[in-house]
Design a protein around this ligand. Structure first.
Ligand SMILES: [Fe+2]
Length: 238
């Protein structure tokens, strides 16, 4: 329901984000964080805790709201903002760092673009060998390559975990053939993963926005929440 300007709320995080994305001029405005918290109270708490691996369910790449291209500007960086201390085995997100190369190669081979649902990025987890888990303290911010597969983990700890994971968009699509070589770190990682110094690559179909089913559900939840809060305010005044 509420947003804050990242430049006012978290200037250090903003500086890091801009650095990764090639400078603040490339970051799309408005650059805000919202309070749509992702809570992990007790996911699979009745099961033994599982270490991160390809066997854990729920691996995915974010971005159900646009067609994916190698140079897509919609999700220039993935961030995890930590709003509660995350101890080990307490619901911290799992990430697969070597998924970046697999996703990069797949997207490079599809200049016509891929919808998230048809791309089946989740299946690429079977090719991954490195798995990590997010732990941290309230106030930490994780800056994650937009191609990185990640998954919710179980939380049998009894401690609630709160994060948000805002995507940061670019003003322009990424560019993999910059004459001046001024690649952003995110672009450079893609080039490294593909094993090339530069890449002539162009889309062959239109970029598209997608409206996922969850949007209608979230709109309804927001209306219900506003109604509840309105009722609470009236009760306090009486
Ligand atoms: Fe996600």
């Amino acid at each position: 329901m509420n947003t804050v300007e990242v430049k006012d709320f978290a200037p250090r995080a903003r500086a890091g984000i801009c650095d990764f994305m090639g400078g603040e001029d490339r970051v799309k405005q408005p650059f805000v964080w919202a309070d749509g918290f992702i809570c992990n109270f007790n996911i699979r708490a009745d099961e033994p805790w599982q270490s991160p691996s390809a066997d854990v369910p729920g691996w995915h790449e974010d971005g159900d709201w646009f067609k994916h291209f190698l140079d897509g500007p919609e999700q220039g960086l993935l961030t995890i903002v930590v709003w509660s201390d995350i101890l080990p085995q307490s619901g911290g997100t799992f990430v697969a760092p070597d998924s970046i190369g697999h996703i990069a190669r797949k997207l490079a081979a599809h200049p016509e673009g891929l919808y998230n649902r048809e791309a089946r990025f989740d299946q690429m987890i079977d090719q991954c060998e490195r798995f990590e888990k997010v732990t941290g303290e309230v106030g930490d911010v994780f800056l994650i390559h937009p191609y990185m597969l990640h998954a919710a983990s179980s939380n049998p700890s009894g401690r609630a975990r709160f994060i948000t994971n805002p995507a940061v968009s670019l003003n322009e699509p990424m560019c993999f053939n910059r004459p001046d070589g001024d690649y952003s770190l995110v672009e450079q990682v893609v080039l490294n993963a593909l094993g090339v110094e530069s890449l002539d690559w162009e889309i062959t179909a239109e970029r598209e926005r997608v409206v996922p089913e969850r949007v209608a559900k979230q709109k309804k939840m927001l209306e219900e929440q506003k109604e509840r809060l309105g009722v609470a305010c009236l009760w306090r005044q009486s």
